[in-house]
Design a protein around this ligand. Structure first.
Ligand code: ADP
Length: 452
């Protein structure tokens, strides 16, 4: 059974992990899709701005062309090196003005997003005649080649478009053509948040389904373990009750057989002795049935018949009766207050206290100390014994129905595992509490606290 449960738990955990992985994968795919969709949206919006920015500021664009031409012509003359052209192109004086214009255009056309951008120059090629191309420079998109824009790095930016521009010119009756290629990169401030906001519904739904799955899994496993415990407890109970019933029934059987003998019937002394045995066994059977019946009642079904009693007198009576039943056990009492009054059900609480006292004897004690204390409206009775004690890991289970430390078929000491369960139910019905302090081989101390 235990192995099966472990196997079931392992399979369920694996299934849960697989499901969670699939869920994470789906969320990741949805995120990537949303990112691509977002980029397309931004590209489309920016696509409406013409490539050469003449719609933004034609004067600046004209200035740019003039600069390119003069740099190229100086180069043809031999006054400029390739590097001079690159430096000249990148350090133009209309750079910040055009950056501002483009920025303003973005703010106007895409008011919902805060966009940073960079336009980087990739190629600058000069064709002096139709065929011969003179590559001034040609590089991969690189932030150091920034023409305009306010982006400091291309790392988190995405490519919106490439633009190839041509400019024609004549120098000393010779025609030349200029080919430039630039790329525009943009980055939307807080774009992750924008996408996450767009995914809120999916995220909440998948989180909810994962949490539901985990909760269902935990509930199912808990129910399974509880069911297993109940089964074990039931088996133990059936074993115990069968064992408990066997002795009186066997004795009754033998006694009836003895009574059938004429010589016994005629001898008054023997006859009375057998009848006494039958009566004892009968009351033992009655006791067992009463125990089972009493414990089939839940806490709120117990009907208490409360009355005001003097605590010390009530306890002294129990102790006196107990001494008669167990003359060999030494009982010490240490009653703190003599005039505390309690409102309680005498019958049920007497049985409860006797259960604890009888347990002390049953589980190896020959000296019992009963102490009472009164602390802030709390009346506590502690019953300490010097018996076999209870291991720490078993203590939390003691008050459970049918629980016995001696589990299974070991029957060194008789019992149904109902005594302390009953005590706990009665104390709870009085709005009180019971606790145990013990260790294996060191005796046990049960403390019952009742409200004054
Ligand atoms: P039982 O019928 O087995 O005595 P109880 O509910 O009275 O059932 O007690 C539950 C278990 O607690 C017992 O089986 C026993 O192992 C342990 N126990 C109870 N009282 C004591 C005690 N005073 N000393 C040691 N063990 C105890």
């Amino acid at each position: 059974m235990k192995q099966r449960i472990n196997l079931l738990i392992s399979f369920s955990v694996i299934a849960l992990i697989v499901l969670m992985t699939v869920q994470c994968y789906l969320v990741k795919t949805a995120y990537e899709y949303k990112v691509a969709q977002f980029h397309t949206q931004i590209k489309n919006e920016i696509g409406k701005i013409t490539n050469n920015y003449s719609d933004i500021d034609s004067t600046l664009v004209a200035k740019k062309e003039a600069l390119y031409k003069s740099l190229s012509e100086n180069y043809i003359k031999g006054k400029n090196s390739k590097l001079d052209i690159k430096i000249g192109v990148l350090r133009n004086d209309y750079q910040s003005a055009l950056t501002k214009q483009i920025q303003r255009k973005f703010e106007r056309d895409l008011p919902n997003f805060k966009i940073d951008f960079a336009i980087v120059l990739n190629k600058f090629i000069l064709y002096k005649n139709e065929k011969k191309a003179d590559t001034i420079f040609s590089e991969e998109p690189f932030i150091q080649n920034k023409l305009y824009g306010n982006l400091a790095s291309l790392n988190h930016a995405f490519l919106v478009r490439n633009y190839v521009g041509t400019t024609n010119g004549t120098f000393e009756n010779e025609e030349y053509q200029l080919l430039t290629e630039d790329s525009m990169y943009v980055s939307v401030v807080d774009w992750e948040m924008i996408i996450l906001r767009r995914m809120t519904f999916i995220l909440i739904l998948s989180l909810f389904s994962i949490l539901t799955l985990i909760s269902l899994f935990v509930i199912a496993i808990k129910a399974l373990i509880k069911q297993k415990k109940v089964n074990e407890v039931k088996t133990d109970f059936i074993n115990n009750i069968t064992h408990e019933l066997k002795t009186p029934l066997t004795t009754l059987g033998i006694s009836t057989k003895i009574l059938e003998r004429k010589d016994i019937r005629e001898n008054e002394e023997s006859f009375n002795s057998v009848v006494k045995t039958i009566s004892r066994q009968n009351s033992r059977l009655q006791n067992l049935i009463d125990q089972v019946m009493a414990n089939s009642l839940a806490e709120n079904q117990i009907e208490l018949n409360k009355e005001k009693v003097n605590a010390a007198t009530f306890l002294s009576q129990i102790v006196e009766d107990f001494k008669v039943a167990y003359p060999n056990i030494s009982i010490k009492t240490d009653f703190d207050s003599q005039d505390t009054s309690l409102v309680l059900d005498q019958f049920h609480l007497t049985t409860a206290f006797l259960n604890v006292l009888e347990n002390a004897v049953k589980y190896g004690s020959d000296t019992i100390t009963i102490k009472t204390r009164l602390l802030q409206n709390q009346f506590s009775v502690s019953i300490e014994d010097n018996g076999i004690g209870i291991a720490k890991n078993k203590q939390a289970l003691l008050f459970g129905k049918f629980y016995r430390v001696e589990q299974g078929n070991l029957h060194n000491t008789k019992g149904l595992g109902l005594g302390l369960y009953y005590v706990n139910q009665i104390i709870k019905a009085h709005q009180g509490s019971i606790a145990v302090i013990s260790d294996l081989g060191k005796g046990a101390a049960f403390t019952i606290v009742l409200k004054v």
